[in-house]
Design a binder for this molecule. Structure first.
Ligand code: HEM
Length: 415
């Protein structure tokens, strides 16, 4: 039986206009978790939901090569990165990333974040008011560099923060945001290559357990060190997404403000299980990456549809996180649903799905959650006020943010 099709000749404009909701809207309208469409004049199959995620992330049927617009790839993972690898080469490189993420390392990153927050707090109080997303970018950059094993001065940290934030902001854009992202990416790559070079020739020292030391000494499946360019790309693949966590921290702050019942449920954030559930619901509810693209590398059939070699497929991440078959009243922010307790690895998919080691699921999930939990506790204790501002979250910007960046007024006195 043929699967439903988006009737438009080309849906690029609808995709840009409806943004995060494009796939979910079509799935509801067509009564199907699979449909075909044409985007950028290319035929594509869009899929969403738990079963779709299970097929997309089954470790063997898809490659990421040629699956996203070249500028998005360039600003996010880039050529030569772990995301561009398949099979044994992917598993070997991915194991390096996963080795960085043991419990002790994640906890240490959380402690680093807390210390950065304490330092920033003095400045915030003097200023009286802050734009939280800007501050979160600085906190995440400083934490990421320390965790990676790099000791940078303020000026270098500011440059790194500017570069990483511009890459993330430019990834789904055209025009000036894209041009700025590409320009600052080149600057950041030059810096990253210099760091790798300095480490390898001994001008820079790092403990052997730090992510930067692991990366500089990692040998690929063929036994060779990564060339300097590739190692630099992977250094940015640690730094940039950790800086992007600032967006989830901002959404956590927004959730505390715009969902008072949920904030009340969280209370004074002393119950770690509730803090964790709150962080998970932020990751489920708020929009980050709308889709992930793949191309079929091993043909298969699903829902009676033949997925042929090279076919382009988009898995709706946001659509799956809001799938009414999986989530009761998905448009309600409700941390009491404890999203992770319902998850089998294929329902809550803001950072991909399935087995981290065998497929492309994000190795940074534990770090992301740790920084979110720390920030939620701190935001709760901050007692800042949210003055009137434009907090709307446009759904046609990828990735998106509240328009104002979440301005906060520090409490009078000690706060
Ligand atoms: C992969 C999202 C944080 C490093 C991914 C994927 C998604 C994602 C959706 C899967 C891509 C695919 O299936 O092809 C996010 C979001 C984050 C985040 C929304 C929070 C802001 C992090 C952090 C790190 C990281 C903190 C590292 C410290 C990576 C890497 C990959 C990846 C290296 C490629 C994995 C592979 O190809 O096997 N991320 N990520 N991410 N992420 Fe994250």
């Amino acid at each position: 039986m043929p699967i439903p099709a988006d009737p438009a000749f080309d849906s690029t404009l609808s995709f840009l206009r409806e943004g995060y909701d494009y796939i979910g809207n079509r799935c509801r309208r067509l009564g199907s978790d699979i449909f075909t469409a044409r985007l950028m004049l290319r035929p594509v199959t869009c899929i969403a939901g738990e079963d779709a995620a299970r097929h997309f992330y089954d470790g063997e049927h898809f490659t990421r090569v040629g699956a996203m617009p070249p500028t998005t790839v360039r600003l996010l993972q880039d050529k030569g990165s772990v995301q561009a690898l398949d099979g044994a080469a992917h598993r070997a490189r991915k194991a390096m990333f996963l080795a960085m993420m043991d419990d002790a390392a994640i906890h240490a990153a959380g402690d680093m974040f807390d210390r950065q927050w304490d330092r920033a707090l003095r400045r915030w109080r003097e200023a009286g008011a802050i734009t939280f997303h800007d501050e979160a970018v600085r906190l995440c950059t400083a934490t990421a560099c320390e965790w990676i094993g790099l000791s940078l001065g303020r000026a270098s940290l500011d440059k790194r923060a500017e570069e990483q934030a511009a890459m993330v902001a430019g990834a789904g854009s055209v025009g000036p945001n894209l041009a700025r992202g590409l320009w600052l990416r080149r600057r950041s790559e030059r810096w990253a290559r210099r760091v790798i070079h300095a480490l390898r020739d001994g001008r820079l020292a790092a403990d052997s357990q730090t992510p930067i030391a692991r990366l500089a000494t990692f040998r690929d499946a063929n036994g060779a060190l990564l060339d300097r360019k590739t190692a630099g790309v992977e250094l940015l693949n640690l730094l940039r997404p950790t800086v992007a966590v600032a967006r989830f921290l901002t959404f956590a702050g927004l959730a505390l403000h715009e969902h008072p019942a949920a904030a009340q449920w969280l209370g004074d954030a002393r119950d770690p299980a509730r803090v964790h559930a709150f962080a998970q619901e932020v990751r489920r509810y708020y929009p980050f990456f709308p889709v992930i693209g793949g191309r079929v590398r091993k043909p298969f059939t699903w829902r009676g549809h033949d997925f042929g070699d090279g076919d382009w497929v988009l898995l709706g991440l946001h659509a799956t996180n809001h799938d009414p078959r999986l989530w009761d009243r998905p448009e309600r922010f409700d941390p009491a649903r404890r999203p992770e307790s319902l998850d089998d690895g294929f329902r809550l998919v803001p950072q991909g799905a399935g087995d981290h080691a065998a497929d492309h699921r994000c190795p940074g999930e534990w770090l992301t959650l740790e920084l979110m939990r720390r920030a939620i506790v701190r935001l709760r204790a901050l007692g800042a006020a949210v003055p009137p501002q434009d907090l709307t979250v446009p759904l046609d910007r990828f990735p998106t943010l509240p328009r104002s960046g979440l301005r906060l007024r520090m409490p009078a006195g000690d706060g």
